[in-house]
Write a protein that binds this ligand. Sequence first.
Ligand SMILES: NC(=O)c1ccc[n+]([C@@H]2O[C@H](COP(=O)([O-])OP(=O)(O)OC[C@H]3O[C@@H](n4cnc5c(N)ncnc54)[C@H](O)[C@@H]3O)[C@@H](O)[C@H]2O)c1
Length: 376
Amino acid sequence: MIIGVPKEIKNNENRVALTPAGVAEFKKQGHTVYVQTNAGINSGFGDQSYIDAGASILPTIEAVYDIAEMIIKVKEPIASEYPLIKKDQLLFTYFHFASSEPLTHAMLERGAVCLAYETVEKADRSLPLLVPMSEVAGRMSIQEGAKYLEKPMKGKGILLGGVPGVPPANVVVLGGGIVGTQAARMAAGFGARVTIMDVSLPRLRYLSDVMPANVVTQMSNHYNICEAIKTADLVIGGVLIPGAKAPHLITRDMLKLMSPGTVVVDVAVDQGGCIETCKPTTHEDPTFIIDDIVHYCVANMPGAVPYTSTLALTNATLPYALQLANKGWRKACEENKELKLGLNVANGKVVYRGVAEAWDLPLHEVESVLAEEAVC
Ligand SMILES: NC(=O)c1ccc[n+]([C@@H]2O[C@H](COP(=O)([O-])OP(=O)(O)OC[C@H]3O[C@@H](n4cnc5c(N)ncnc54)[C@H](O)[C@@H]3O)[C@@H](O)[C@H]2O)c1
């Protein structure tokens, strides 16, 4: 198969969908890879490293879309890319169709085959192509939190780990899923006193077993959260209720329970945030202050560490991308239920319930679309 890797053009997107190591894998399995010039430069991979791995470099995004049977990307195509997409071209990337009606209609009209990273799903209902970004954001939340606790950054001026003779900072982590677990582990590594809260007792049992001694687990409820934030220096929001907005576990009123200079990092801001006063910010201007509390609410935290994020993402996507290239999307989806759940749009039809419901479009059976002959 001919694989194309365009340079991401969405604002501030520095990741790339394939590393030179990925190119080498595709080549080994008999495929041809074209990479747009400078596609990997912001993730630390220059054109020469792709050439050395066996890819050919193309000068423009148009040339990549024109030649490729499968496009591998990171973010959803933006409007200027829509006309470049060919009928029956396979696109493997994050789409988040339910948040963009124009994108959904454009992909239907172009006749693209859209396999969305975010809906590839394992039998245990986990989302293997979202996990790596939660891991990055969870770990990063602590280094950002530590930075904004510094006085010049408007924090209360406390060092997470303290020093001999001076107690460490108190870190409260709301949510004990992927983000929360990684955050708690990092904070513990810094030497902080960490409290991790979740509503799932089995999850708290697990965390209690695996976390180091400076992490305590606690049931998440209003009373316990009010008590915990009174002494917190850093609060991390990592709560998720699948398919719903994040619950506001810390309301505006509750900010006055916290001492001035406390930092809140609401990682869940992309789902509305679990701290009521959070609103999405960017890496250019990541924080704002309300009632003397420093709010960090960047909606795409992994974008600031593209080297790590690219490697983490491609480690997870490459095995699926190879199956698609080796078997073609129909056979790959027929043989792998995880991939089949990733199929959102094909042959001008919506085959994923959440997308059909979001935009009031007819939902087609995946099986019937898989059985159709290729349209071109
Ligand atoms: N800002 C970013 O750049 C970025 C990056 C990655 C992920 N995220 C977001 O971070 C959030 C967390 O993602 P995740 O992968 O850790 O999800 P996850 O499903 O692994 O974990 C969520 C946890 O929240 C717990 N929870 C639910 N209700 C709760 C409550 N009332 N109190 C305490 N815990 C509660 C669940 O039991 C679960 O353990 C999501 O909204 C995700 O989209 C943001």
